[in-house]
Design a protein. Structure first.
Length: 487
């Protein structure tokens, strides 16, 4: 525990949904839900307007639609979110060499290590200026927590939401924590929370009063000791600049169970290719390929194969995933597939067998094409066959995901409001504009094409010299526990 609140936790407010509202003028101030839109879709983020209607993260999209039928339901645009996240992380990196990202929209910062704060007042100033900088550069808001430990800084940022700042003065931790529910503490999930509730412990004060011995008896030594320390407000974990990823993976949940074995294998190969793309984007390689299969009855199977050395070769990963699939019974249907790579390394071991496999596949493909051409029965491919079997609505949804960017040669930049029955509806507007007009086109309109997201702020303020020259603070809720409040 530190004597000054120089650990900062930043959490962007309803990040995905806020980015969509900033990008789409017609959605500002309206309920927005971002996530999977199919029958088995799950909410990733909901705007505060949607949260007031009962929608929250991890809720099935079908349930969200019942609670908020008039909300805008959008497919995530991760390219946009990563771009904004990079802008935010760059600002954090100017404050300190010790920045610990937890996700695209969340990070810890050690202000003391950066020499920008050494007491409550300087920490508060930096927190206020960070919020102002983020708003000026991205157009979005973030909540800031400041405390003498990571645990308390994270709790403070949660209490400050939305668009606020809360500073916890050292020495006041127990006073703040005492009335809070036990679930506020890291590591206390639903199961542990229910176990503690049955033992009569519902608040952090109850845990502190129970004592270490009783908590060890209830939840085991390792968890009981750490739980008691956290209940007392004690947390000495440092901010760690490098958090090595342990794995890279991708997965898809299907709206309709897959029964065709050929289709299942095609999807596994497609996921393996996406996994390798992420692996290469991170400039990593991996040694162990993992296949995840969730069947029709919700039973989940995982299979893994360890290679001779780390690789980022798509052929190697595809073939390993295909071999793993052969050992899985998919007779009843498959609702989810995932492919991952673990045992990450910063180098790639040359694989002569993979090169030979590439040559073999190329030769086989050429031979099949030649044979098909000779007998006049050339196969147009699994993708075309699959597309022919799908309904027009599903095909349109794949071509034009709701919320994604498009460009029309006549009308300019817009975003997809919806699609179906061979039509796609587009609203033409850009960030910073007034709400735009809506037009409908055929899904195969030659003038309509997918586009990249536009920046949320057209002319962001120049923060090239920040934080040496601090900008003026922007208004917003700022408070502290154990000290005087700031306006």
């Amino acid at each position: 525990m530190r004597a000054a609140p120089t650990i900062l936790h930043l959490d962007m407010d309803a990040f995905y949904a806020s980015a969509e509202q900033a990008s789409k003028p017609s959605l500002r101030g309206k309920p927005v839900v971002v996530g999977g839109l199919g029958p088995r879709g799950v909410v990733a983020t909901a705007s505060y307007e949607a949260r007031r209607l009962g929608v929250h993260s991890a809720m099935p999209t079908a349930q969200a639609r019942r609670l908020a039928p008039n909300a805008a339901y959008l497919v995530p645009r991760f390219a946009l979110y990563r771009t904004v996240s990079d802008q935010v992380m760059e600002l954090l990196g100017r404050l300190s060499p010790l920045v610990e990202p937890l996700s695209l929209d969340e990070a810890f910062v050690d202000l003391e290590a950066g020499g920008v704060a050494d007491d409550s007042e300087s920490a508060r100033v930096m927190g206020e200026q960070l919020r102002a900088a983020i708003h000026a550069v991205t157009g979005l808001s973030g909540s800031v927590g400041l405390a003498g430990s990571k645990m308390l800084a994270k709790i403070a940022s949660e209490e400050a939401k939305p668009d606020g700042l809360l500073l916890i003065e050292p020495g006041t931790e127990r006073e703040l924590l005492a009335p809070m529910p036990v679930r506020i503490l890291p590591g206390v999930g639903p199961a542990t929370g229910d176990h503690l509730r049955r033992a009569g412990m519902t608040t952090v004060h109850d845990l502190a009063e129970a004592g270490e011995a009783e908590l060890v008896r209830l939840v085991g030594r390792a968890h009981g000791v750490s739980l008691h320390r956290m209940a007392l407000g004690l947390d000495d974990r440092p901010v760690v600049a490098e958090r090595d990823a342990k794995s890279v993976s991708v997965e898809d949940t299907f709206d309709i169970d897959l029964h065709d074995r050929v289709r299942v294998r095609t999807e596994v190969e497609r996921l393996a290719g996406r996994c390798v793309e992420r692996l290469r984007a991170a400039e990593r390689s991996g040694r162990t390929v993992v296949l995840k299969v969730r069947r029709y009855d919700f039973s989940t199977l995982t299979r893994s194969e360890t290679l001779r050395g780390p690789t980022d070769d798509p052929t190697v990963v595809r073939e390993a995933a295909a071999r793993l699939l052969e050992a899985v019974d998919t007779t009843g249907g498959v609702r989810l597939l995932g492919v991952g790579v673990t045992g990450l390394a910063d180098f790639t071991q040359e694989d002569l067998f993979a090169q030979a496999a590439d040559a073999r596949h190329a030769a086989e493909a050429e031979a099949q094409e030649s044979t098909a051409a000779d007998d006049g029965t050339m196969d147009t491919g699994a993708a075309v066959e699959e597309a022919a079997q799908e309904s027009a609505e599903l095909l349109a949804a794949r071509l034009w995901p709701a919320g994604h960017d498009v460009r029309h040669e006549t009308h300019g930049h817009g975003w997809v409001q919806g699609s179906g029955v061979g039509r796609v509806t587009v609203r033409f507007e850009e960030p910073g504009d007034e709400p735009g007009r809506v037009r409908t086109f055929r899904v195969d309109d030659p003038e309509l094409s997918p586009a990249d997201p536009l920046p949320l702020v057209r002319d962001p303020a120049d923060y090239s010299s920040w934080p040496a020259s601090l900008p003026k603070s922007r208004s917003g809720p700022v408070s502290s526990v154990g000290g005087e409040s700031s306006p």
